[in-house]
Write a protein that binds this ligand. Structure first.
Ligand code: MG
Length: 376
């Protein structure tokens, strides 16, 4: 069965796609799976991991318990995977690889979104800092414990490299950096997903409005596009259709732009991909400019809004409080996070790993039980 899947990849995929039988393999050699390619197997390992299940209780932008319809890290991740598969399929790239990178890309996120990441980074800034992409790799390489013969999920090299996104030069590998178009797809899919769903959640929360968003060129174009197609729409219908139009625009522009780049530069082999200095899977410069305007708007009116900032502050307080608590009472750490030596550096890294893995709800409960109770 696997051989058939591999043969199908040879037959259907672009010469620029990462074929599973050309994978550079796993850190700990394993026999190939009889019914799955290596990337299909990796995808299944990610979905069955504990870190993946914890994504359901981690914040994307809004605290999930406040509305059933806000994105969580899990639903964000599923949207990224859906977009990544769509783009890969349309570009004749390896869907399984792009999907796996997408499903694993946010495993390293802390509770309370980027504010949690900032708090941990500040605490650890003199000891290597904290960065969620690097943490995603650390989880799949070491922290997940499932198999008797190795730590981590032992994923294929192309998936592991795909998790480090923007950090080409990061010193995390002892092997040459692997660039695949599938990792570029997953990276862009992440961006498309959060732009569109943050608008949606922003409107749901009443922080943003369709009227205010119309000051952004890109949003206005989609708004007018929908308005000319449908004469009367409720606000809810309008919001949903604009969002869908925006995502379609992102995807169609990417497919066209990428095909043009490949054609105009006669990109045919993996060596061509390595020689190309900028991303190959991308949007055109006109759309990039408009996306930048949208980003600026969201930053100012959503991510920096007092309601969102207040939630972020609360999250940071919880993380700082937990860190201080475990530094002074390391014996309260679960046994698997107990440091093997008395070295403060390794203790701090273990506390970081433990806190970063927490869900919002677990961190809140731990803070209530361990920290607030000792303050009263
Ligand atoms: Mg993401």
């Amino acid at each position: 069965m696997r051989i058939l899947f591999e043969a199908r990849e040879d037959e259907f995929l672009s010469s620029l796609a990462m074929k599973s039988r050309h994978s550079q393999g796993r850190r700990y050699p394993e026999d190939p799976a009889p019914t799955r390619t290596c990337f299909q197997r990796d995808r299944d390992r990610v979905i069955h991991s504990k870190a993946f299940r914890r994504l359901k209780r981690k914040t994307q932008v809004f605290i999930a318990s406040e509305s059933d319809h806000y994105r969580t890290r899990l639903t964000h991740t599923l949207e990224v995977a859906q977009i990544a598969r769509h783009l890969s399929r349309s570009l004749f790239l390896n869907e399984d690889l792009a999907e796996t990178i997408a499903l694993a890309h946010d495993l390293g996120h802390t509770p309370f979104g980027h504010s949690g990441e900032r708090a941990l980074h500040d605490i650890m800034k003199n000891e290597g800092g904290f960065e969620h992409n690097r943490q995603s790799l650390h989880i799949v390489d070491s922290l997940e414990k499932k198999y008797p013969f190795f730590d981590g999920l032992n994923l294929s090299a192309e998936v592991r490299h795909g998790l480090l996104k923007h950090q080409k030069n990061i010193n995390a590998f002892n092997e040459p950096y692997i660039i695949t178009l599938e990792s570029q797809v997953a990276n862009l899919a992440d961006e498309f997903a959060y732009h569109t769903h943050d608008i949606d959640d922003g409107i749901t929360s009443n922080i943003l409005s369709i009227d205010a968003l119309k000051s952004v060129q890109l949003y206005k174009e989609c708004y007018l596009n929908i308005k000319t197609k449908y004469s009367s729409l409720s606000d809810q219908e309008l919001k949903t259709l604009i969002q869908s139009d925006l995502l379609t625009l992102f995807i169609t522009n990417t497919i066209q732009t990428t095909q043009e780049i490949i054609l105009n530069n006669t990109l045919q082999t993996h060596t061509d991909i390595y020689k190309f200095s900028s991303p190959i899977v991308t949007v055109d410069s006109e759309l990039r400019e408009k996306i930048n305007e949208l980003k600026g708007f969201l930053f100012k009116h959503l991510y920096k809004h007092p309601t969102v900032s207040e939630m972020n502050e609360k999250g940071m307080t919880i993380i700082r409080g937990l860190f201080t608590y475990f530094s002074t009472s390391p014996e309260k750490l679960p046994s698997r996070f107990q440091p093997s030596s008395t070295n403060q550096r390794s203790l701090n890294r273990n506390i970081t790993d433990y806190i970063a893995g927490m869900t919002d709800t677990f961190a809140q409960e731990e803070y209530k039980t361990l920290v607030s109770s000792s303050l009263t």
